[in-house]
Design a binder for this molecule. Sequence first.
Ligand code: CAA
Length: 291
Amino acid sequence: MEIQSVGIIGAGQMGNGIAHVMALAGYDVMLNDISQDALDAAVARIEKNLGRQVGGGKISADDATAAIGRIQTVLDLPRLGSCDLVIEAATENETIKNKIFETLLPHLGPETILTSNTSSISITRLASRTDRPEKFMGFHFMNPVPVMQLVELIRGIATDEPTYKACKEVVRRLNKTAASAEDFPAFIVNRILMPMINEAVYTLYEGVGNVQSIDQSMKLGANHPMGPLELADFIGLDTCLAIMNVLHDGLADTKYRPCPLLTKYVEAGWLGRKSQRGFYDYRGETPVPTR
Ligand code: CAA
């Protein structure tokens, strides 16, 4: 089955990036969220990021204009039922995701492929709550979506081959690279990345280093583009904690226990860049370490 139209649920950090790359690759995009303000902010963000790519000579101004023209914002979730492929990129909360699928399912065409951008929740379990587990899979982008080359494709236990092939073809058309991961907690990238970030928080918690020395060590000592604490702020500390909990619960191994300091930051509402404070304070001109 050839995919022409893509519905994206959630216009946040991930959803707007997915809409951006899909539209740029020529897909007709319907971008859904629960508030018009969120949709307007997403389109403004996409325009800004397309502008960066035009400025860097990666795409032409005409490509950017055409991409924006392919994005339709939609407040009414059932309208996404006409799309060939739907990617759910709402908040990382299983109850919310199940509710979204419940609302959408009666309106989906029989052939529509339904996917989730979840970074860690079981694809098999999400699929089992839908009417199409064989046409359901994980379609996991990395942040920032327009820049990162990888997409993880995760088959649930029931996902059929045509669904997997169709999604793989979409990744190819996006000029990205697909990595196939089995459906176990946090898949490949986050299974490895999140324990590293969590360990960086333990390193801070135990006073081995401060925010600056930990980040600098990993940037200069391991050639990472961002330090682990800076990266945690970029991803969102609530998301990092949610993924650690999925690893801890799903694999029942104490090596995945979330650092109490990570929990403390989330309790404070210091979620990283999106709330202007996390391991760094972003309210001034330059980020200032909070420890
Ligand atoms: N849209 C379009 N272009 C963007 C962009 C965006 N959102 N963000 C950055 N860019 C472009 C810039 O315009 C710039 O382009 P040119 O090279 O043409 O100038 C280029 O990307 C580099 O950006 P910057 O110069 O602003 O900054 P940088 O060199 O420090 O790179 C970064 C920024 C690409 C984010 C880099 O720091 C990086 O790779 N960080 C690590 C990101 C990472 O690990 N992501 C994965 C997170 S895990 C995840 O996402 C999974 C999960 O489920 C949690």
